[in-house]
Design a binder for this molecule. Structure first.
Ligand SMILES: [Mg+2]
Length: 458
């Protein structure tokens, strides 16, 4: 009897405290803001009563507050009930960066569920369709340059093994070339004066000083309201640029275009028709995503595939564009759409309507691993975006992942539980904390009591 008791005690001492998923409870949520990765990346950690910690991340250039305001709603909940918790917090998300809190928490819940049960995220989403995910680098060239210069930059990507390309092609290339753009006099000067940094934001992070006052007013005039038109000379210039790119990289590799600028949709149509002979993979964000009729009009007027989606929250908000033929490709961001299960539901919608899916991703390795593990479980992924190929320390921000994570233009799908990350590299993170948002996973007790009557109907 005494021996039996000792055996029981011994077993209890050695029991894996991570092995009681049914008893798991959320005890804390903390945040940390990275900078220059190359973007501002807000990370989150969700803690539990069993020592398990889940990693999540908000959309690039988002505010960690969107996650912190959810803390009081998830404390005490069992994180393995991902969908139940998501349905509680879904009401606190919105388009673009506002979707970051809900999405980041959802990802961290999957990480916890995966670690609790010992299975990877892709398994919980139904299993995998692929062992590796195709990756493309967003590519731009500094300062005044030619299509040939851009072609050479893209060729370097190909030499490193990338099999899918995307470049920026925008009207700012012509700001200082007379006769290329037609706009209410003074407006183009305003764009150069106030929004120059924001126009080039894909090179780095969008920060507060770029998006206040007149900067914000200028940069948020929608395409149809700027009154900016591209002249025939401008059309010739841009077409010549694309021709030079194609002459440099050849016609065999897919080439997507982004950041055209806020010009009238009629001009987008005219330019898209000129692009048709250059085999463009897609033309991205040529109108605010919620103007379905604009997308339908553009898409029906050209054979160049039209794409949008990085700012759309929840899978159902893609359906107007999908059902009406406004896009040939969607480009959701896992950290804006609402997380992995929303992405899976969107992939099903894309199957229904016959539309391609490419993942937007501009975050840290936490976001990348979440996107890769999710992409593995989707039937229809073209490729995943990647912004950090020129950031030498990016891969080292977490431990336990492939290093380098992207090899020959692909990311391997991990078999490790959850997101597939062992831990964060706290020493390295400490070197890259955003100066405007100091602190590394500090206590957040002030968010424990945040509350409203959380129901959206009576
Ligand atoms: Mg984009």
């Amino acid at each position: 009897m005494k021996q039996e008791k000792n055996l029981t005690e011994s077993l209890q001492e050695n029991v894996n405290t991570f092995s009681s998923p049914s008893e798991l409870k959320i005890t804390d949520l903390r945040v940390c803001n990275l900078t220059d990765a190359p973007k501002h990346c807000p990370l989150i950690k969700i803690y539990t009563n069993q020592g398990l910690v889940g990693f999540g991340e908000l959309r690039d250039a988002s505010s960690a507050t969107y996650a912190l305001m959810l803390k009081s709603r998830i404390l005490g909940e069992n994180p393995i009930n991902v969908d139940k918790i998501f349905r509680r917090i879904r009401q606190f998300g919105g388009p673009s960066r506002m979707g970051g809190g809900v999405s980041g928490v959802e990802i961290a819940l999957w990480d916890l569920a995966g670690k609790a049960w010992g299975v990877p995220l892709w398994q919980m989403l139904g299993g995998r369709f692929r062992d590796r995910v195709r990756v493309y680098c967003d590519t731009d060239v500094e300062g005044r340059h030619t299509g040939h210069d851009m072609g050479m930059a893209l060729k370097k990507r190909m030499e490193r093994g990338f099999t899918f390309l995307k470049m920026d092609l925008g009207i700012e290339l012509m700001f200082d070339i007379p006769g290329c753009l037609n706009a209410p006099l003074g407006l183009l000067e305003d764009f150069q004066k106030y929004s120059a940094k924001a126009l080039r934001h894909q090179r780095g992070s969008v920060d507060m000083d770029m998006m206040m006052g007149k900067n914000y007013e200028t940069f948020t005039i929608p395409h149809h309201a700027t009154g900016i038109h591209v002249t025939q000379k401008g059309m010739d210039y841009l077409e010549g640029y694309v021709r030079e790119v194609r002459e440099t990289i050849g016609y065999e590799v897919p080439l997507a275009l982004d950041h055209f600028g806020h010009v009238a949709i009629d001009d987008i149509i005219a330019f898209a028709r000129r692009l048709e002979k250059y085999n463009i993979a897609w033309l991205e964000d040529v109108a605010p995503w919620h103007y379905t009729d604009h997308y339908v009009k553009i898409a029906h007027a050209t054979t160049v595939p039209i794409c949008t989606g990085e700012d759309i929250y929840l899978h159902e908000n893609f359906e107007p564009l999908l059902s009406r033929g406004g896009v040939s490709v969607v480009q959701p961001d896992l950290l804006s759409i609402g997380g992995a299960l929303e992405m899976k539901k969107l992939a099903d919608l894309c199957e229904k309507y016959g539309v391609g899916l490419a993942l937007h991703m501009a975050g840290s390795p936490v976001a990348a691993m979440a996107a890769i593990q999710t992409a593995a479980a989707l039937p229809n992924v073209l490729a995943m975006e990647y912004h950090s190929s020129d950031c030498p320390w990016w891969n080292d921000l977490v431990t336990g992942i492939d290093n380098p994570l992207i090899v020959d233009g692909f990311a391997r799908v991990s078999d490790k539980p959850g997101l597939g990350i062992d831990d964060l590299n706290y020493e390295l993170i400490a070197e890259h904390i955003h100066p405007k948002y100091p602190g590394m996973f500090e206590p957040t007790d002030e968010w424990n009591k945040e509350w409203a009557n959380d129901r959206t109907w009576s």
